[in-house]
Design a protein around this ligand. Sequence first.
Ligand SMILES: Cc1ncc(COP(=O)(O)O)c(C=O)c1O
Length: 437
Amino acid sequence: MTPNDLEAFWMPFTSNRAFKKRPRVVASAKDMHYFTPDGRAILDGCSGLWCTNPGHNRAPIVAAIQKAAGELDFGPTFQFGHPGAFRLASRIAELAPGDLDHVFFCNSGSEAVDTALKMAIAYHHATGNSSRTRLIGRERGYHGVGFGGISVGGMVANRRTFGTMLTGVDHLPTTYDRKNQAFTKGEPEYGAHFADELERIVGLHDPSTIAAVIVEPMAGSTGVIPAPQGYLKRLREICDKYGILLIFDEVITGYGRLGHAFAAERYGVQPDLITFAKGITAGAVPMGGVIARKHVHDAFMKGPEHMVELFHGYTYSAHPLACAAGIATLDLYRDEDLFARAKALEPYWADAVMSLKDKPGVLDIRTVGITAGIDLPAREGLPGQRGYEAIERAFHEEGVMIRTAGDTVVMTPPLIISNEQVDELIGKVGRVIEKVM
Ligand SMILES: Cc1ncc(COP(=O)(O)O)c(C=O)c1O
């Protein structure tokens, strides 16, 4: 089972040369664990890539995919449809807050982001405001790897080698300020005022040029940065004042990660568009999508009825296997009440993670929902090296899978994690921190 030639696979977001010298390979998974080809159990501290919220290889999801594969291999969704696509869209619309009630499908978070950005610009075109094309992202934001996503994103390494990207983009400042926020559980009290920077950006560009603001309710990929209290409400108010669409990128925060179906609910803020991916199918089949509010969708529904209203879509939008996996995953969230479980677990999780505060070198710890970021100092002249060593040691020596963002250790385990497994994970990560410092 162990691959004997690692060369051909150019691995994504991977230190290929280091990995291939000492590979970390998983061959199967169940519930909270991965298993290596030689059968060693690895406790999953990051839900794969923030995907497997209900745990791995859950029987109802596996069964639904197997059944679907035998029924309909592929069903086009351009000018045709299949039952699973309509059923899943209705289920997502039912779950989403307020009048977020139309669902557009694609295959990844990156595609979801590009779809939402295009929808926002096309919405203004459809409503007679075609000068509104400018997109506003945020420093330290991650919105996938399409040209749209890296343009509004704010991670330097994801931008600097890819040319000019989209023009007409500006960025809000990050909401992170260690001096005033360090070691906060949940949303920090300090920082709502970072939203006011949008007023400055509007003043610079004029509202008549701005289509949308896109933010993650909790910035995940740059090391777990929860929104400050009141920040997202303030962004919503400023967007309303100037007719700007607000997009929440919920690729990570959707489907229970913050104890609700969507973070929009946790914060009581209604965005105009929500992007999702990952947790919708528990990672079992690629899928992403955008949920649009009624007024956004309805703006397109005009003109001759034989006309295509939005010239956008992917061959695999609403693929039958993904739809089957999505419906089964939503059933599982409901039947096991997993969003409420995550909410109930949050205080225990936060206390457990914060117990690492006094480990050597720890500069800050942030938690929100079932996520955590632990900042370690970079080694002199070698940023990210300590983080990489932490991943290696965690996997090979402690039997846990963690992620890092530079030298920040990130944990986002499946929502089914037990208190004992939380203790096990934190104990092991604590030892890893001691070893790499
Ligand atoms: C907030 C956010 N948006 C978009 C993406 C991109 O998703 P994908 O890797 O499925 O393209 C991610 C991935 O982690 C994400 O965290």
